[in-house]
Write a protein that binds this ligand. Structure first.
Ligand code: GLN
Length: 489
């Protein structure tokens, strides 16, 4: 059963061929075997999951209608609010925080009858590229336990890769779904900004954050999008159905995109490691074999994406994180002598190093003397990058590039060097700045047997086409069929 995709499992459960209780038990067996090594979960809910699974099985046996994810064990990144368990964001400041409501995406999973098995580890407040910034736990890469799973959704991607759930949700502000998906050899989709409700997603960079699926197959990504996409009155930045109708992402998945023109930016791609470049070129050859045409495009402002992102994201974060003050939420210091110290000491004790670095950077960028020079300039660059994409999509139906310049790096290799860590986002950040959707799909392995991802980007609200393009490749290849051999010793 562990080899099933979420969709296959859903069909077999709905047909009564396997039970959700069996699937859920299998997942918890795997969790007890692999979790001590992999460390993907901050919390698991075995009892609650088995109860939900039994309820779904009972309803199926009674011939009742069940949801699109009926009985499928899924995981949720621990920066999405749930009324069950804690919502920690991988931070000490929220270690015991109990949310009074469910995030809309979580509500939708539950309404689709998914079985939520646990909440996954992440870089504190989703700030990072390796999950090493979690204050609560260390997650390793199932393909090589001496390496990072990527980040910040490293818990979600490691959990899917290790078969400790059948699908998961992640969040992506600058690459946090796609980069760990590529490091762990799974599929990760960042939808168009506004496609999925952010209500109940703990805000990092509000104008960049998006929730998206982490799955084993492109088909499962489409299935999850069917469940989570759509307008939400509780999130004013979610897009209404009139502006951009949600489609059935599974419906035409099998129809290849005819006359596909793939945009490539040769000088960008040459910045990646040789083996990553080779995997990309091989993937492009597969597409050419399927009738696609390559067109060279220009992204003249791409080089400034990282600088602009680290201004905008940190500025927004500094404002978003102001609410953790020892009064409204979370950790409160026991060492305060007066009320000012309640604020300062609670924050000093509760936040980790990277979060503090970003709050300082963001506050600086927003301060009156520097606002124009840094923040405003970054917003202008953001507009130029958006323009690059608009121009590009006049010439091509999608753009392909690496997800990350390297495969998974060693634990500890970059923690003391934030700038090098930030550079691992070069290929992913532009999509968030422009708001366009982008997916990472497995496209090979390097000589150390570490997964490599292919990134495909398309124009806003074109997830349906994007998934069809990804599916064309997945059907021709079988990279996603390989499984990591996890060393439990
Ligand atoms: N690695 C990037 C950062 O550290 C992106 C994180 C994310 O997408 N949440 O900000």
């Amino acid at each position: 059963m562990e080899e099933f995709s979420a969709r296959q499992l859903r069909e077999k459960i709905a047909a009564g061929e396997v039970s959700s209780v069996e699937a859920t038990k299998l997942v918890f067996e795997r969790i007890s075997k692999y979790e001590p090594v992999v460390g993907a979960y901050i919390s698991v809910f075995e009892e609650q999951a088995l109860a939900k699974a039994a309820e779904v099985d009972k309803r199926i046996a009674a011939g009742e209608q069940v949801g699109e994810l009926a009985g499928v064990p899924v995981a949720v990144k621990d920066n999405m609010c749930t009324m069950f368990g804690a919502t920690t964001c991988g931070s000490k400041i929220l270690e015991d925080f109990r949310a009074p409501y469910n995030a809309t995406a979580v509500e939708k999973l539950l309404a689709a009858d998914a079985v939520i098995v646990g909440k996954t580890n992440l870089d504190e407040f989703a700030m990072g590229s390796s999950t090493e910034n979690s204050a609560l736990k260390r997650t390793v890469n199932p393909w090589d336990t001496s390496r990072v799973p990527g980040g910040s959704s490293g818990g979600s991607t490691a959990s899917v890769a290790a078969g400790m759930c059948f699908a998961a949700l992640g969040s992506d502000t600058g690459g946090s779904i796609r980069q760990p998906a590529s490091f762990c050899g799974v599929v990760g989709l960042k939808p168009t900004y506004g496609r999925v409700s952010r209500y109940g997603l703990v805000a990092y960079g509000s104008s960049l954050d998006q929730i998206g699926p982490v799955t084993r197959t492109v088909e499962d990504a489409a299935l999850l999008m069917n469940v989570i996409a759509g307008h939400d009155p509780a999130d004013s930045t979610s897009v209404d159905e009139k502006t951009a109708p949600v489609c059935d992402y599974l419906d035409k998945l099998d129809e290849p995109v005819g006359g596909l023109k793939i945009g490539i930016v040769p000088e960008l791609n040459s910045g990646a490691d040789e083996q990553v470049q080779k995997a990309l070129n091989d993937a492009l050859d597969v597409y050419k074999g399927l009738g696609a045409e390559l067109v060279e495009i220009e992204m003249p402002h791409f080089d400034y994406a990282i600088a602009a992102y680290y201004m905008i994201a940190t500025a927004e974060a500094s404002s978003n994180l102001a609410r953790y003050d020892g009064v409204h939420y979370g950790h409160r210091t026991k060492r305060a002598k007066d009320y000012v110290e309640v604020y300062t000491k609670s924050r000093a004790e509760g936040f980790g190093k990277e979060v503090k670095r970003r709050i300082m950077l963001g506050t600086y960028a927003l301060s009156s003397g520097y606002y124009d020079a840094y923040y405003l300039k970054a917003l202008k660059v953001r507009n130029l990058i958006r323009g690059d994409f608009t121009k590009a999509f006049e010439k091509c139906g999608c753009v392909m590039m690496p997800v990350s310049p390297t495969t998974a790096f060693k634990i500890g290799e970059k923690v003391d060097d934030p700038l090098t860590m930030y550079l691992s986002d070069v290929y992913t950040i532009a999509a968030n700045l422009a708001g366009v959707p982008a997916v990472s799909i497995p496209c090979g392995f390097d000589s150390d047997n570490l997964p490599i991802g292919l990134q495909i980007l398309s124009s806003v609200f074109e997830e349906e086409k994007l998934l069809r393009i990804a599916y064309m490749y997945e059907k021709e290849t079988n990279w996603n069929k390989r499984e990591p051999r996890i060393d439990t010793n």
